[in-house]
Design a protein around this ligand. Structure first.
Ligand SMILES: Nc1ncnc2c1ncn2[C@@H]1O[C@H](COP(=O)(O)OP(=O)(O)OP(=O)(O)O)[C@@H](O)[C@H]1O
Ligand SMILES: [Mg+2]
Length: 254
C-alpha cells in the first residue's frame, strides 16, 4: 500500500490532479481510497459523486473525537476496531471503483479546530488495513497544516502541486521543505497549468527538487469542471490527461 498526500496553494489544481490520478489508477485495477480532508469537500463532486450522497464523518459522528480518545485509552485493538468501523460505514464507492471518505470539519472543544480532524486522519492512515488498499490518497486543504501532529512520516509520497506563479511556487517551496524535514519518503512536484512560454527549468531550479513534472494548461479542464465532469471523461485524449498518466507511472514505478 502506498500513501500519498497532495498539497499546495489554494486553487492550483490539487483536487483535479488527485481525482484524475485516482481514477486512472482504479482503471488499472488498483484498489484506491481517496480521503477528502478539505473542509470545502470538493473531491466528491470532482469524482462525480453528488453532494447529497456525501456523508462527512464530522457530521455523521459528531462526537468522534471523544470516541477516539476513549479508544486510545483502551489500546491498539480498540482503535483498530473503530477505524475499521469508520471505513466500513463511511466509504462511498464511485462508478469507476474509487473509494472515497470525506472527513468534513470536525469540531474540537466547541470550536472548528482542524486538529482533531488531523488526529483522526493520522489514526485512519496509521491503522488502515494495508491489504485492502493499493493506494490511499489524501486531498488536503490549501497550506501546510496537514503536516502537523506527526502526520508527514506516514506518507510514501508528497505530491506538491503548484502553478507557474511566484506566490504558488513560494508556498510549494515551503511545503517541500517541511515535507522533507518531517520525513515524507519521496517528494514530487507537479507544476500545473503550464503554458508554452512557462520557464519550467527555472521553476525546477527555484524549488531545488529533482522530481518536477508539468501538467499543461487546458481551458477544457475548466469547461469540464463547469459541467461537473472530469477532463478524463470530457476529453479523454487531452494532452493534460497524458501529463497525469506520466505522474501515475512515476508513482506506480512503471
Ligand atoms: N491543467 C489545468 N488547466 C486549466 N485549468 C485547470 C487545470 N487544473 C485545474 N484547473 C482549474 O483550476 C481550478 C482549481 O482547481 P482545483 O479545484 O483542482 O484546485 P485546488 O488546488 O484543489 O483548489 P482548493 O485549494 O480550492 O482546494 C478549477 O477551476 C480547475 O478546473
Ligand atoms: Mg481542492
Amino acid at each position: 500500500m502506498k500513501k500519498i498526500i497532495v498539497t499546495g496553494k489554494g486553487g492550483v489544481g490539487k483536487t483535479t490532479v488527485i481525482a484524475t490520478l485516482a481514477r486512472l489508477l482504479a482503471r488499472e485495477d488498483n484498489k484506491v481510497l481517496v480521503v477528502d480532508c478539505d473542509p470545502s469537500m470538493n473531491l466528491a463532486m470532482t469524482l462525480g459523486v453528488p453532494l447529497s450522497a456525501v456523508m462527512p464523518i464530522a457530521e455523521e459522528r459528531a462526537n468522534i473525537h471523544e470516541e477516539l480518545e476513549t479508544s486510545m485509552d483502551d489500546g491498539h485493538e480498540e482503535i483498530e476496531g473503530l477505524i475499521d468501523e469508520i471505513i466500513d460505514d463511511y466509504i462511498i464507492e464511485t462508478d469507476d471503483g474509487v473509494k472515497l471518505i470525506v472527513m468534513g470539519t470536525i469540531p474540537y472543544g466547541g470550536s472548528g479546530c482542524l486538529c482533531s480532524s488531523i488526529a483522526l486522519l493520522k489514526l485512519l492512515i496509521g491503522y488502515i488495513r494495508s491489504e485492502e488498499h493499493d493506494f490511499v490518497m489524501i486531498d488536503s486543504q490549501a497550506g501546510v497544516e496537514i503536516f502537523g501532529r506527526g502526520l508527514a512520516s506516514e506518507f510514501d509520497f508528497s505530491l506538491v502541486v503548484t502553478e507557474p506563479m511566484p506566490k504558488a511556487i513560494e508556498v510549494a517551496r515551503h511545503i517541500l521543505k517541511l515535507s522533507k524535514d518531517l520525513g515524507v519518503k519521496r517528494q514530487i512536484v507537479i507544476v500545473n497549468k503550464v503554458e508554452d512560454d512557462t520557464d519550467y527549468a527555472g521553476i525546477s531550479r527555484q524549488l531545488g527538487c529533482s522530481e518536477v513534472y508539468p501538467v499543461r494548461y487546458d481551458h477544457r479542464v475548466i469547461e469540464a469542471d463547469k459541467k461537473g465532469v472530469l477532463i478524463l471523461d470530457y476529453v479523454p485524449q487531452a494532452p493534460v490527461v497524458d501529463d497525469v498518466k506520466r505522474i501515475k507511472e512515476e508513482i506506480t514505478g512503471v
